[in-house]
Design a protein around this ligand. Sequence first.
Ligand code: ATR
Length: 288
Amino acid sequence: MQIDGSTTLVGVFGHPIAHTASPAMHNAAFAALEMNWAYLAFNVDPANLRSALHGARDMVLRGVNLTIPHKILALDIVDEVDADARKLGAVNTVSIENGKLRGFNTDGYGIAKAIREEFNFGFKGKRVLVLGAGGAGRAIAVKAALDGALRVYVANRTASKVEPIVAEIAKTKSECRPVNLAVDALAAVVPDVDLMINATSVGLKEGETLGLPASLFTPQLFVYDTIYRPAETKLLKTAADAGARTANGLSMLLHQGIKSFELWTGCKAPLAVMRRALRTAVYGEKPA
Ligand code: ATR
């Protein structure tokens, strides 16, 4: 990569940010397409998100991704929020054009594309159980409803966080049912579920677990964990051992990145290059 006076800059703001794999994915794409662009990671304290975004605008960056803990805060900072990002309740991609900050959400696209790629179906007509109602859980549950899921169960430790999701899904044709994040409550609904998606942060730390027993899983169930590091969380291992079809969150990370790349550059993203760069950055796989 050659950085010079006309390099276009994009990046990601997070806190912490050191372990992000997004720079590897985007810079590999810029290199493959011989674009004079660079993607950097910035450790931005949430108290400084507003000034950092205004700084990005004033320094004429082309856009930024936002990750934990900025996705919800940004809704009140950007100049315009795209209709989908408003519904999904979070901004993970900011596009900066003509001095304006425009907020988008590519996580919804990312999860839908990931489920299609991993399991070969879409949300339409499916019964989906989402574990978690933070930024990721809300975006996934609402996206499932927008795409025509028949029923969306949402289970969260803090029950009050499910309420805005129920309200948003009420505007769609899908039905939303809150569930307790407790084994017996989950066991009662799982027979009515096709796809379970973990959008809690439980499992990020090796060995950490929601404690869901093998008896909850069947070979008919598809289980997606938005966590990709470790590659196989306790949840995915328990589910796979019980015969369920499983996949981890690397595909969601990839596809949200593809969509962000295309929003900023207007170019078709090089999917295979970006996937390989991610796998190398996250799992240390040898580049081809
Ligand atoms: P993200 O943007 O990744 O969704 P977040 O908004 O901080 O991050 O959400 C984290 C999710 O993990 C929430 O659903 C959170 O539950 P609470 O709303 O009750 O906080 C869930 N979570 C985190 N630690 C948890 C734990 N030990 N047990 C159960 N759920 C947990």
